[in-house]
Design a binder for this molecule. Structure first.
Ligand code: CUA
Length: 325
């Protein structure tokens, strides 16, 4: 009783950490549920076996030592038969699970191509009968509909992992890996590159937004419209500064003359939860800070710091970008 009490707050803290936006213990997708169930089987099974073995060891050592020496039944049963049966059962479970996860979306509603780059994510929605739709660093999925993710890399090996939705999938240059997913619970989840890929591997995260299926259709339709004209003179000044600074030589904003593919697509960047691959929350101040000091915030990334630009211009540009929703 009393001696356990100090451990309680720590245990609560540890478990509370599992309910976050990025947790394999907080499953919000079919694959994640299956993986979580398997984790529990392994954990509970392993704990039970450990306890039985420890109990037997103590019993043999202290209580009835004379019952154990030279008993081949224990060696054959506990040392050969039991492991063979248990490991074979787990292997069969694993084969069946791998097959179920790989065939989760035999007829996906659409495909999302996700390309890993040092250190961000290029996203392309391929919906049958529609033009491809490009985005970056955030993937929006409809709850309950099967979707096929096709993941690859444009430079080094990365790994795509959204623990709440599905298992890891490596992103390999020159090879497309397929990861079928069915997201179940609407919400905002966090993904993270799970393969060391250079200086900013830790700042290579992304968001997955799961919308109710009908809201998803409205979202997709809105995405396809060109971005609105600046509503105020300040926003217009921000847009002009964006082009004067040459941002369009790397970035694209749908419906404007910015159409470059080198950097992240910035259409609707204001609607994304985070900025610079999960590095900062999306706000006017953080966008301005990023443009002015990207090399300070995320050294060695491909975007130069525009630190010669005055604060007022940076703020106007940031305000325009933030207004793209
Ligand atoms: Cu990309 Cu680690």
């Amino acid at each position: 009783g009393k001696r356990l009490r100090p451990a309680l707050p720590a245990a609560v803290l540890v478990l509370a950490g599992c309910e976050g936006r990025q947790s394999a213990l907080d499953a919000a997708g079919v694959s994640a549920q299956e993986i979580l169930a398997t984790s529990w089987i392994l954990f509970i099974g392993g704990a039970a076996i450990f306890l039985v073995v420890m109990a037997l060891a103590l019993y043999a050592a202290f209580v009835r030592p004379e019952r154990f020496p030279g008993r081949s039944a224990w060696v054959i049963g506990g040392g050969i038969l039991f492991p063979v049966i248990t490991l074979t059962a787990l292997q069969i479970h694993e084969f069946a699970l791998a097959r179920r996860l790989a065939t989760l979306a035999p007829e996906p509603a659409f495909v999302v191509e996700v390309t890993g780059l040092m250190w961000w994510w290029d996203v392309r929605y391929l919906v049958p009968g529609q033009e491809p739709l490009r985005a970056a660093n955030e993937i929006v999925l409809p709850a309950g509909r099967p979707v096929e993710l096709r993941v690859a890399s444009a430079d080094v090996i990365h790994s795509f992992w959204v623990p709440s939705i599905a298992g890891k999938m490596d992103m390999i240059p020159g090879h497309v890996n397929r990861l079928p997913v069915v997201a179940q619970r609407p919400g905002l989840y966090r993904g993270q590159c799970a393969e060391y890929c250079g200086a900013q591997h830790a700042l290579m995260a992304f968001d997955v937004r799961v919308l109710p299926a009908d809201e998803f259709d409205a979202w997709m339709a809105a995405q396809r419209r060109p971005v609105p004209e600046p509503a105020t003179p300040e926003l217009a000044r921000g847009r002009d500064a964006f082009f004067a600074l040459g941002c369009q030589s790397c970035h694209a904003v749908r419906g404007t003359e910015a159409e470059a593919m080198t950097g992240p697509d910035l259409s609707r960047i204001g609607a994304r939860a985070s900025l610079a691959a999960g590095t900062l929350p999306t706000r006017v101040e953080t966008i301005a800070a990023w443009i002015g000091g990207s090399q300070h915030i995320k050294p060695e990334n491909r975007m130069p710091s525009f630190d010669v630009t005055d604060g007022e211009t940076l703020n106007a540009m940031a305000a325009w970008l933030e207004s793209l929703k």
